[in-house]
Design a protein around this ligand. Sequence first.
Ligand SMILES: [Zn+2]
Length: 404
Amino acid sequence: MADMIELNGRQYRRPARPTVIVCADGCDPAYVRRGIADGILPTIASFRERGFLGSAEAAMPSFTNPNNLSIVTGAPPAVHGISGNYYLDRESGAEVMMTEPGLVRSETILALLSAAGVKTAAITAKDKLLRMLARGLEGVAFSSECAGRAEERLVGRPRPDIYSADLSLFVLEAAIRLLEKGAAEVLYLSLSDFVQHAHAPGDPEADAFLAALDARLGRFLELGAVVGLVADHGMNDKARADGSPNVIFLEDALSSRFGAKSARVICPITDPFVRHHGALGSFVRVYLRDLSDLEAMIAFSAALPGVALALEGAEAARRFELPQDREADFVVLGDERTVLGSSAANHDLSGLAGRRLRSHGGLGEVEVPFLLSHPLGDGYRERAEKARLRNFDIFDFALNGAAG
Ligand SMILES: [Zn+2]
């Protein structure tokens, strides 16, 4: 068996000991800082001495699917092709969920490790990600959302509700059982951001979830694993002082200025589980009926209060390393306090049930934790301290830098 696999210009060592990579969905660095200060994250706090405790930049847009694919391919969306949770197929005019494995343009580290004979597992909270992450993977692959009898037996309890913090804990517990049985050497665990969408750092519900996460990371260490943890994106409060969502309905605004149906706004945060964010994020894509309005529409959008940036699609693709052929005519980013929607009529905000909206998608949510449980060698410590780390460097750091 080969000692190395190679993907997208990087080489990865076979693990010398079990290696667990956690993508803690929506885990803004503020949760980690607050949790360490409050003393509820003893395992993570210990990484500062024994391993590495830092932060990294997520891929843009700061959404779940693009970043999970970046993490398992070690590359930006321009390489793997997944630029949102959702996109508009220009040819058919259809809005498509980006969950089809056929849309992914790269192999994954997981598939190549499994092909090299490494016992590999991918476990996700939500099923929507699993098929893309587990493409080509010969090994354990399931979601807690769709856990069957065998997985319930493995964890020793019934699968949790999709709208629960427990959905993520079930993932972590399944990984513990696999490690205990020696059934996996490399595990990729992708959690849910259910808690972070609803609760700010320091809220009792956020604290309870983070403490439970920390305890399970501690168990991974007891079982001899190297642990790397990143997030797919951060999370910010996007509500007004009165508690209502701080939203710009961009398609409505463009319609009133440029005429009805002059532009179509696609919200790539959209997924089947919109209850906690109403499909409102801080990055949208705009498709025009008539391209002669392009410059005027970009200027109009850029001038709206709360808009951080409006960019022509090709420019956005260059700047954010996105696939050119899947980009819109232009993109609009909200600032860290503002989300963008299409038309008010298209967004069901009843699921917020009076809670303040917390969401992501823009540049305000690209900073994420980058944590390793073991000391970094081979120049990785210098890189971590000097270079701009990306969340999708985590497999490189865990397999090559922290092997010990
Ligand atoms: Zn996410």
